[in-house]
Design a protein around this ligand. Structure first.
Ligand SMILES: *[C@@H]1O[C@H](CO)[C@@H](O)[C@H](O)[C@H]1NC(C)=O
Ligand SMILES: *[C@@H]1O[C@H](CO)[C@@H](O)[C@H](O)[C@H]1NC(C)=O
Ligand SMILES: *[C@@H]1O[C@H](CO)[C@@H](O)[C@H](O)[C@H]1NC(C)=O
Ligand SMILES: *[C@@H]1O[C@H](CO)[C@@H](O)[C@H](O)[C@H]1NC(C)=O
Length: 264
């Protein structure tokens, strides 16, 4: 049975969204103790004209911990724009899963259930690093209109790599209900480029900045028992003399592979 706990502070004499109260005083603890699985949703205020003001929220973390203390199958669903720290409860033995689903739009409810019930295999990857602590990031949450980007190119994972900071979940992290193997990786040798792009200016820079200079190919095979999509990532490292980040995401690719079939 799916029940929604909207507010922990109702007392037995009040009427809540759950209907008239019976003798039992409801609350996270009672509901959690009485459930086989508990879904806890956390979010963060953000939007146009309302940037994020925090990377975690103490009240929400207390809610997750209270439910987890009383429910041995606590699943946390995070709907935030950008990173949300999880270290207050991620090691709690009763937190059995975390579904990181940022802004899902009008089908957020259906898509969340599809993934939780296994109708759909999750195949996304984190587009930012989840740190263990907010001070592990090299910039703070900004509440001014001006961001100076003094960190240069050392944004997100490039900073964690450069300073050897272990994150909680790395940029590009993503889990799956099935498994994939990568074989036949083919990386052509690339001659050092000494020319700067000089083409016509377009969105993102001169058009020839986006010329394909090499094709890297790999065969990806779904070796698990379920259909699922995989998103291979290609990272590039430059020689040390280039004074560039340790590695940089250069390309992403994503197709669907059916279980036991398909090989590209
Ligand atoms: C929760 O319910 C209490 C008691 O009815 C109310 O005072 C409080 O404002 C509610 N909190 C939220 C977040 O809705
Ligand atoms: C996990 O949940 C069970 C109830 O199912 C509870 O008895 C136990 O104390 C919880 N574990 C922790 C570490 O809170
Ligand atoms: C939770 O506890 C119940 C009752 O002890 C047990 O049957 C169930 O397997 C446990 N679930 C998990 C996810 O540990
Ligand atoms: C990369 O592959 C595309 C499509 O097969 C091909 O048109 C292109 O010439 C290749 N480019 C290089 C540099 O190998």
């Amino acid at each position: 049975m799916l029940r929604w706990i909207l507010n922990d502070t109702y007392t037995s004499s009040e009427t809540s969204a759950l209907g008239a109260r019976t003798g039992v005083v409801p609350g996270y603890v009672n509901y959690a103790q009485d459930s086989d699985a508990c879904l806890v949703f956390v979010n963060a205020l953000a939007g146009e004209g309302a940037d994020r003001t925090e990377l975690y929220n103490a009240d929400q973390d207390t809610m997750v911990k209270t439910v987890a203390d009383n429910c041995n199958n606590t699943i946390v669903v995070i709907n935030t724009m950008g990173p949300r720290l999880v270290d207050q409860w991620i090691e709690h033995e009763n937190v059995t899963a975390v579904l990181y689903s940022p802004l899902l739009g009008q089908n957020s409810g259906k898509s969340t259930l599809d993934v939780l019930y296994g109708e759909v295999n999750p195949s996304a990857r984190l587009t930012y690093t989840i740190a263990k602590n907010e001070w592990d990031y090299n910039v703070r949450v900004y509440d001014t209109k001006e961001c100076d980007f003094t960190e240069g190119v050392y944004i997100d994972y490039r900073y964690f790599d450069a300073y050897n900071i272990t994150p909680r979940y790395e940029f590009g992290c993503g889990l799956s209900y099935t498994s994939f193997t990568y074989t036949d990786l083919n990386v052509p040798s690339i001659e050092a480029l000494s020319v700067y792009p000089s083409g016509k200016k377009s969105v993102g820079g001169p058009v020839d900045l986006w010329d394909v200079i090499a094709n890297v190919t790999v065969s990806v095979t779904n070796t698990g028992g379920r259909a699922g999509a995989e998103t291979p990532q290609l990272y590039l490292s430059y020689p040390e003399t280039a004074k560039q980040p340790v590695r940089q995401l250069a390309a992403l690719s994503g197709w669907s592979w059916l279980a036991g079939r398909g090989r590209r």
